[in-house]
Design a protein around this ligand. Sequence first.
Ligand code: DP6
Length: 326
Amino acid sequence: MHHTTATGIASPNIAFIKYWGNRDEALRLPANGSISMNLAGLHTRTQVTFDPALRADSLLLNQVEQSGPALERVSRFLDQVRRMAGSQNRARIVSENNFPTGAGIASSAAAFAALSLAASAAAGLQLSEPELSRLARLGSGSAARSVPGGFVEWQPGSGDVDSYAFSIAAPGYWDLVDCIAIVEAGHKPVGSTQGHALAGTSPLQAARVADSARRLEACRRAILERNFADFAAIVEEDSNLMHAVMMTSHPALFYWSPASLLVMKTVREWREDQIPVCYTLDAGPNVHVLTLTDHAPQVVQALEDLPGVAQVLTAAPGGPAQLAHA
Ligand code: DP6
């Protein structure tokens, strides 16, 4: 057998209704469903080459050869692909992000979505979109949502087979823009994988999960009706709920920096002044400020003027993960 190669491209996504906590850590079956939007223009491009001559998997990420936990996580993921394909071959993985490294938006979602497409194709597997989303989920939960395009919902499912994500609206359905306020981060936050494992130690997590069907319904409806006011209310509520769980887990996780809080408070003032704008934060200090196309230039300018905001990136709704041809 000769070597076989394929390249996958995927965007990160921003969650409007958050995934936080697993009912099964190994299979990454989430405690609750989630909804997100892919981020156009930002992407990870990953080439996988299976080669019988290789003695071990290797990973070159943004020109830097990886070892330790990053390589082990990817290698365990490839074991899954090898099991599915009935292959023993080791792989060379070369991956690049086009977004600034060190800006705190290093994304396991884009990484494992791109890797799922590339590795399955290179191994000769022909997987459907739900199968690719399930595979990506095993690498990183949020990666399940970077497989389909546009606005996406990840259903928690009853088990491995039906826990995958699907599009609820195409990228062009609503002209939302994510203005990502990159905040000067003081310290490296606790990674999401460790964070998920702590979710159940917060007394607030059970209430957050029990109420998730209501929030999913409200968010899905606001997107489908393109109702920004309803969207803003549920997105901020859901982000605040997740951060309340983080702050009350044992040990407590505080992802906000002073600049994050300044952005959040300012966004609320802008909304009172009738600007369609709202915020959401993942497991880090950067603030994703959502608005509509017509207001994006003004929002970006105003964010850049806030103290503690180092840079603002913008992204419209993005397409699905894809194989690169040639
Ligand atoms: C706060 O998908 O990064 O961004 O499955 O351990 O890789 P792992 O976690 P990950 O968790 C994402 C958490 C979040 C919310 C979200 O994207 O839904």
